[in-house]
Design a protein around this ligand. Structure first.
Ligand code: HEM
Ligand SMILES: *[C@@H]1O[C@H](CO)[C@@H](O)[C@H](O)[C@H]1NC(C)=O
Ligand SMILES: *[C@@H]1O[C@H](CO)[C@@H](O)[C@H](O)[C@H]1NC(C)=O
Ligand SMILES: *[C@@H]1O[C@H](CO)[C@@H](O)[C@H](O)[C@H]1NC(C)=O
Length: 494
């Protein structure tokens, strides 16, 4: 009798285990095989196609190989950077048109570059879309702040922090920014006293934007904040290194040398921020409210006083988010604008004339009223943001079944918005889309500051023909390429 029962029990166990295995296998099959087929089918019926899905890896193999191929080739001397920076997008768009499907593993993304559809995603139908989940490494860097928050928590934080971006507050920041800039320029002048010097502007601009963000984020706690952001900058370097190696799932939990360093940094950052928050909280009681610009830290601490759901953790994460969002974006904009002005000296002359006209003598620091009068400079900055947008793409995820320009979008579909591609689209900007022409932003349609014959860059056809020799001769420095490529890596992992 005992024996029989044991046997039965063993048999039942076996059946149970087999069932579990079967369930697991079929779940995998549904997720990695059946569902992607169904989605491909759903879109193909609406006339949307794309490179075919491959089991588990989707199109990742092709994406990586297209990106590697593009970045291994010399970059011609031109602003036509889409084929290099978003090589996979450029390649498939030619085949499948402006709206097509790409598989980032088993995750489907619908690439959308029609401005009308993009407007729907961000404005008229925004309630159907939310941010997607960032790669864990990015997530750690950007923090649990505005950049990644969703729904109610996002709305709450956004309401608290919006005063930092009010015009009145930004105006108070003008002298703060001016101080950081003049300090930098003074150093350049000292450097150049000994003759010709080469200045790596991208490094200087990173220090500059870090400095300004530290002031906007920490205000009176600038010195303490600076030390914290130094740690965060090192954390960003470590993450950038991690991107360059092959990503094995779960790798970030293995105690490698780099990971141990990164964990320690994370702990130090948290500890210092908590200490700083404590210090500021003590001061709030006995110091009169500051007259200076409102800083992120002050606003968050103030809010935490009256709202129990703003915790110290939230404040720490919001600080990280600001740093991440503001530093590379701003320094990249400044760097590319400088490069563009160096490449197009005619515009340098126009910008310089305007600054001297508006601000007067060289020693006058621009006031808030001057800034709005710098029309030409504004056009140049806009053109720089168009050709070299610091954020080259973004993603939104359909929260529920949605409609987009008449297409039926199943819940969970991610919408890939290739900002860089929209900015270089000849259908939107005309045949000179890949040329630097700030005049396109002029209110005066006839604005033509110079004869642009000798400023012509290579046409797309000629470009594909540029040889290594020409490249080496015209561009001795490959740093620019590296920078573009690293931005592209960021997007891939977002
Ligand atoms: C040229 C400079 C900059 C560019 C081109 C830029 C671009 C962007 C873009 C495209 C987004 C939207 C991302 C998305 O939701 O998909 C964004 C969000 C954000 N940026 Fe910037 N940014 C710049 C500078 C800054 C600076 C200096 C700060 C802070 C000091 C900052 C803080 C933020 C924050 C907090 C968000 C999230 C907003 C929210 O979701 O409520 N950005 N930025
Ligand atoms: C946090 O508190 C505020 C007011 O105290 C409230 O409006 C908001 O809904 C709360 N947010 C969350 C996520 O609980
Ligand atoms: C630059 O772009 C911004 C944002 O689109 C716009 O508000 C501003 O008017 C533009 N400036 C010029 C000079 O076109
Ligand atoms: C590209 O190079 C090939 C071979 O040197 C030449 O025959 C062709 O005319 C060139 N095309 C352009 C657009 O310059």
């Amino acid at each position: 009798m005992m024996m029989m029962e044991d046997k039965l029990l063993n048999w039942l166990k076996l059946v149970f285990i087999s069932l579990m295995v079967l369930l697991f296998v079929s779940k995998i099959a549904v997720l990695l095989w059946w569902r992607p087929r169904k989605i491909e089918d759903h879109f193909s019926k609406q006339g949307i196609r794309g490179p075919p899905y491959h089991f588990f890896i989707g199109n990742v193999k092709e994406i990586v190989s297209l990106m590697l191929k593009a970045s291994s080739q010399p970059m011609p001397f031109s602003h036509n950077i889409l084929p290099r920076v978003l090589a996979f997008y450029h390649h498939w768009r030619k085949i499948y048109g402006a709206t097509f499907l790409i598989w980032f593993g088993p995750t489907v993304r619908l690439a959308v570059s029609d401005p009308d559809l993009i407007r729907e995603v961000f404005t008229s139908k925004f309630e159907f879309y939310e941010k997607n989940e960032a790669h864990p490494l990015i997530r750690q860097l950007e923090g649990d702040g505005l950049l990644s928050l969703k729904g109610e928590k996002w709305a709450h934080h956004r309401k608290i922090l919006t005063p930092t971006f009010h015009m009145e507050n930004l105006k108070l920041l003008v002298p703060v920014v001016a101080k950081s800039v003049t300090d930098m320029l003074d150093k350049w002048v000292t450097m150049s006293e000994s003759g010709n010097v080469e200045i790596e502007v991208s490094e200087w601009f990173q220090i500059l934007s870090e400095d300004v963000i530290t002031r906007t984020a920490f205000g009176s706690s600038y010195e303490d904040g600076k030390a914290i952001f130094r740690l965060q900058a090192r954390q960003m370097d470590l993450a950038a290194q991690a991107f360059q190696t092959v990503q094995i799932p779960g790798y970030r939990f293995i105690p490698t040398k780099r990971n141990i360093k990164s964990w320690k940094l994370d702990k130090d950052i948290k500890k210092s921020l908590m200490k700083l928050i404590g210090k500021r909280k003590e001061n709030i009681g006995n110091v009169l409210p500051e007259k200076g610009p409102k800083d992120l830290l002050g606003l968050m601490i103030q809010a935490s006083d009256s709202s129990p759901n703003i915790t110290d953790y939230d404040i720490v994460e919001e600080c990280k988010s600001f740093f991440f969002a503001g530093k590379q974006t701003t320094s990249n904009l400044l760097t590319w604008t400088t490069v563009l002005l160096a490449m197009h000296p005619q515009w340098q002359v126009l910008a310089r004339d305007e600054v001297l006209r508006v601000c007067g003598a060289r020693d006058n620091i621009p006031t808030k009223d001057d800034v709005v009068k710098l029309k030409t400079l504004n056009m140049i900055v806009n053109e720089s943001l168009r050709l070299y947008p610091p954020i080259i793409a973004t993603i939104r995820r359909a929260k529920t079944d949605a409609e987009l320009g008449g297409y039926k979008i199943p819940s969970g579909t991610e919408i890939l918005i290739p900002i860089l591609a929209v900015h270089h689209d000849q259908a939107i900007w005309g045949s000179d889309a890949n040329e630097f022409n700030p005049a396109r932003f002029s209110e005066d349609q006839e604005f033509k500051p110079y004869d642009d014959d000798d400023d012509k860059l290579l046409s797309d056809d000629e470009e594909e023909n540029v040889t290594q020799d020409v490249y080496e001769e015209r561009r001795p420095n490959h740093e620019m390429d590296k920078e573009r490529d690293s931005i592209a890596t960021h997007l891939m992992l977002r």
